[in-house]
Design a protein around this ligand. Structure first.
Ligand code: AGP
Length: 616
């Protein structure tokens, strides 16, 4: 995700901003920029595409940009390519208002239209520029001060933001606002700081204030004031940060993987909201952002889903959903196999390539092969501007933000959501589901973040189980139908970070050979969520239990009869069974994580693995 740093004091701001941004590099970014004010002069703005070192060189380590008040940003592209124009800070045309922003303005198009009607023009493709110009609009229209102009903007803007703003008429002051995106205020002696995360300021101060949602900030060299939406100053406690710098980068979590597991409710919500719009009381799916029209969706006669590793598992889970809702035949192929086979692709097929990095060599080659054959391609990609995003005919972005741990968690969850959205879109365009069903499915999808949160809150139970089974040498993860796809992902997680030999099996297939491996104490994890298959999966689990296996079941709450059949049951909140993977995968992520920790392994950087596999 993007990084923010702000400084006001007696020292030169630019070197402090650059140093602070360097402490946030671990979050991932693709461009950076700073704006620094020297007294009441207009701010000097410098931006650079690529690494922070480019910005450091461009500003001679900050020395070329004098001034004691400034804001800085590292950008992880969400709206618009990672170019210098799209990099922050963004300013109103007369530099009356200049700001950096983390988060996503969901209704930016509607706000942009309003501003265009009022004579504003736009240089970048970003939602941030819209927020900046909206502040400028209210500031001028109502002739109010910065806090009132920001408050009026906050009332209009939907989405998440940490905004840090400077106003031309208020030299020596920095303003800020937040909702659902992190923002901290660092208190120094005759200097103060703002940042999106603690590491950026730890070298200067350990005294921080955490503004809450819908709060605003006014900061000078000596004053830090926090305001509520009514414009009243509120008392905020000052907290002493006790973490070391390394722990701070992980937001206080021991590993990036755990941090990313906890980010899932938010990024799932962001990904849903990037496509789902609400007009009056009705939800609509707006897939125009990815370029696919209803007509094009109607013409698709077969879908291929291609990916590697976890991205492939998203495809395995999603084929059941897409086939069931849209009644389109779906084939799921490993990219490394797809690229070398003659699979009889036809003109009205659609090839969907799923990739977090957008750079996986096999997935990219598969995409290119489909394009050579003249087949339409759609990328489900997390990294904006990556090769797959650039080369696919259509792109649906997942809004997971940068994923640092090698084992994917939050990107996987967002990819699932993207596929659910497409399934509903295809089904509705083809008239296979009516609008009432669309409404019902979206309303249920919007409950997933809260349900994921609930499962994560209950992690201590899984932690307990993991400590009991951390020394297992073999595990089998089984399920039928969609649950088989979830089992594949759970099994991969266990292999890659816990180094436990684990196999995913279609539950009904075990007795055709593999059941001979079951012996006393073998761990069998059964995923049993699909209503018409739960009983069958349980029978298959019981078959292994009677041969000595220890049975761990994951099922929807309400299926309490599993208590008598399994040794350990984890219940996930009830949801539409099409969405089961989004919930059932969470206990499996937690289980692998805790097993890895128990075994003393390098959770975030497992041996022999790379985050992005750019070789064949
Ligand atoms: C999953 O935890 C792995 N890191 C791996 O299987 C990954 O999903 C695969 O390499 C695909 O990567 P991509 O999504 O960047 O294409």
């Amino acid at each position: 995700m993007c990084g923010i740093v702000g400084y006001i004091g007696k020292k030169q701001a630019a070197p402090i901003l650059l140093e602070g941004l360097s402490k946030l590099e671990y979050r991932g970014y693709d461009s950076a920029g700073i704006a620094v004010r020297d007294g009441d002069q207009d701010p000097a703005v410098v931006k650079a595409q690529g690494r922070l070192s480019v910005l450091v060189d461009k500003t001679d380590g900050g020395r070329a940009v004098p001034g004691t008040c400034g804001i800085g940003h590292t950008r992880w592209a969400t709206h618009g390519e990672p170019t210098e124009t799209n990099a922050h800070p963004h300013a109103s045309d007369d530099i009356n208002v200049i700001a950096v922003h983390n988060g996503i303005i969901e209704n930016f198009q509607e706000l942009k239209d309003k501003l265009l009607r009022n004579g504003y023009t736009f240089q970048s493709e970003t939602d941030t520029e819209v927020a900046v110009k909206l502040i400028d609009y209210y500031y001028k229209k109502y002739q109010v001060g910065p806090i009132d102009a920001i408050a009026k903007t906050m009332v209009r803007v939907r989405g998440s933001y940490a905004l840090v703003v400077m106003f031309k008429d208020y030299p020596g002051e920095i303003y800020a606002a937040r909702k659902d995106s992190p923002l901290i205020l660092g208190l120094g002696e005759s200097e103060n700081f703002l940042a999106s995360d603690v590491p950026a300021i730890l070298d200067h101060t350990r005294k921080v204030i955490y503004p809450d949602n819908y709060e605003m900030v006014r900061m000078t060299t000596d004053i830090v004031e926090v305001y509520n939406l009514n414009g009243d100053v509120t008392e905020k406690p000052v907290t002493e940060v006790t973490w070391d710098a390394e722990a701070a980068e992980k937001g206080g979590y021991e590993h990036f993987m755990m941090k990313e597991i906890h980010e899932q409710p938010k990024v799932i919500k962001d990904t849903i909201n990037s496509v789902v719009k609400k007009q009056e009381d009705l939800y609509t799916l707006d897939l125009s952002g990815c370029g696919l029209s209803d007509d094009e969706m109607r013409q698709i006669s077969r879908v291929w889903i291609i990916g590697c590793g976890s991205a492939y598992h998203v495809g395995v889970c999603s084929q059941y959903v897409m086939e069931d809702l849209a009644e389109i035949p779906v084939r799921v192929e490993l990219a490394s196999e797809f690229r070398y086979r003659k699979l009889g692709l036809q003109k009205d097929d659609l090839v969907i390539v799923i990739s977090q990095s957008g750079e996986t060599a096999d997935s990219l080659a598969a995409l290119r092969k489909a394009k050579e054959l003249g087949i339409s391609t759609l990328g489900i990609v997390n990294v904006v501007g990556s090769s797959i995003a650039r080369e696919a005919d259509y792109v649906l972005y997942t809004l997971a933000g940068p994923e640092i741990a090698v084992a994917t968690t939050k990107a996987f969850s967002c990819q699932l959501i993207a596929c659910h959205l497409l399934s509903i879109g295809f089904a509705s365009a083809a008239g296979k589901i009516d609008n009432a069903t669309v409404q019902k499915m979206i309303v249920e999808m919007l409950t997933l973040p809260e349900k994921v949160e609930k499962i994560i809150e209950d992690k201590a139970r899984i932690q307990w189980f993991a400590s009991k089974f951390a020394h297992a040498s073999d595990a089998f993860v089984i399920g039928r139908g969609l649950d088989y796809g979830i089992a594949m992902e759970g099994s991969l997680k266990m292999k890659e970070i816990s180094y436990i030999h684990s196999e995913a099996y279609a539950a009904g297939e075990l007795k055709h050979g593999t059941i001979s491996l079951i012996e006393s104490g073998t761990l069998v994890i059964g995923v049993a969520t699909q209503p018409d298959l739960v009983k069958k999966t349980i029978s298959n689990m019981v078959e292994t239990g009677s041969r000595g296996a220890y049975l761990f079941a994951i099922t929807f709450s309400g299926n309490y009869y599993l208590e008598d059949r399994a040794d350990f049951v984890t219940y996930i909140p009830k949801t539409d069974p099409h969405y089961a993977a989004s919930l059932a995968v969470i206990p499996l992520q937690l289980l692998s994580y805790y097993m890895s920790v128990n075994r003393g392994l390098d959770v975030d950087k497992p041996r022999n693995l790379a985050k992005s596999v750019t070789v064949e």
